[in-house]
Structures are given as C-alpha cells and as structure tokens.
Design a protein around this ligand. Structure first.
Ligand code: ZN
Length: 222
C-alpha cells in the first residue's frame, strides 16, 4: 500500500514539476516576445573599411587601402548607432572619432533627434567632434561640474543601450582594450535613460543662469 502511495506521490510530483517548467516557459515567452538583443563588442577593433556602412549602394566601390567586407566590432557599433530612427541620446566623456562624428551627423540630417552630453574639459580638445556637431545644429550640453562626466553610453530610440569602457576616440577604437555591451534589456536600459534625463536637465546652462548663483559676471543680460 505505502509503495503505491509513494509511486502516486512521485507521479504527482513529476506532473507538478513539468507543469511549473511549462508555466515558467510560458511566462518567459509572454514577458519577452521575440529574442532580446544582447551583444558584447571587444576592442581594439579589427582594422577595416567602414565606408560601405555610410554608402550602402552596391554601385559604390571604395579604393582605400583597408580590408573591405569585414565585419568588425567597430562596424557593428556603427551599425547600431545608425539604426536610430527617432532619437539618439549620447553621453560620452571624449568624442573625437571622425567616423562616429559622421554617423551622428548623418542621423541628425536624417531627422533623428540627437542630444549629446559631454565633459566640458574634453569638448575643447584638438580633434574633438563637439564643435562640428554644434555647428550642424545638434543640441550639445557640457557637464561643468568639478568632477569628470566620465560616462560612455548611448541610448538608441529609447530602446537600445550601448555602454562600456569605450570613449568615442580613434585611440579607444583602434588601440585600447575596451568593451561595449549592446542590450535591449529593459532593466538595464531604464537607469541609463533616467540618468541621461537627470544630467540633461542639470546641465541646462540657461536654467542654471536663471537660477542665479552660476551666472557669469560678463553675462549680465543673457
Ligand atoms: Zn575602403
């Protein structure tokens, strides 16, 4: 008798277990329809021509000396940035990479809303792309605090987070050992969106001047 009960109990346990596994799977599919994008890019990137990314037309032939048709960490990064269709929020300490500058300018001229937050001290270094972005009419705000604005992240269309150790410089892309995580995970995305919003507001120069204490003496009538 007791053996039969044990068999029955084990049988019930197996049924319960398989049901809960199914339920978990169902919940997962329900919460995450489709596969969430997650990718890690390791730098330095393989040296390769990225002209094709800017000129996808098949009739275009590039004559530069770099390898063509090679997918590298840098080409992946460029593709993710250029995938923006409505907005790009960029928060980066140093920005001097010309290809990345070109990508951001291309988005702006395509009508994508671009906002750039950068560090005040590094915005003015030789080769900085910040001047060119401003000249093109892109909204740039500089963090003017006593500590570095050392973030290196971008949010594409409010849905894709690109973050890691990589500054947007040539040295970082081609020389340094760096990492970049590209993810659509909402739990990771949310704090970055929140932080961008916070930094964007607290580095609004017009707001700061209006509040009084940071108004420079030579700008009495802004
Ligand atoms: Zn080329």
């Amino acid at each position: 008798m007791s053996v039969m009960w044990t068999v029955k109990a084990v049988g019930l346990g197996v049924v319960a277990l398989s049901l809960s596994v199914e339920l978990l799977g169902w919940l997962q599919r329900r919460l995450r329809p489709g596969k969430t994008l997650n990718e890690v890019l390791i730098f330095p990137s393989e040296l390769a021509c990225v002209e094709r990314i800017f000129n996808p037309s098949s009739s275009y032939t590039c004559l530069c000396p770099f390898p063509h048709g090679v997918e590298s960490s840098f080409s992946r990064l460029l593709r993710y940035i250029l995938s923006a269709s409505s907005s790009l929020d960029l928060c980066v300490f140093a920005f001097s990479n010309m290809d990345l500058g070109r990508a951001v300018l291309a988005l702006h001229s395509r009508g994508v809303t671009v906002r750039v937050l950068t560090d005040k001290d590094y915005a003015a270094i030789p080769g900085s792309q910040i001047g060119a972005l401003r000249k093109a009419g892109i909204c740039v705000r500089c963090s003017a605090g006593s500590v570095y604005m050392h973030h290196k992240f971008a949010v594409v269309d409010g849905q894709l987070l690109i973050t890691g150790s990589l500054n947007w410089t040539l040295a970082a892309v081609q020389g340094n050992m760096e990492n970049v995580v590209v993810t659509e995970e909402p739990d990771l995305l949310r704090p970055f969106i929140k932080e961008f919003h916070r930094l964007w507001l607290c580095n609004d120069r017009a707001q700061n001047y209006r509040s009084g204490d940071q108004k420079p003496a030579h700008h009495q009538n802004p």
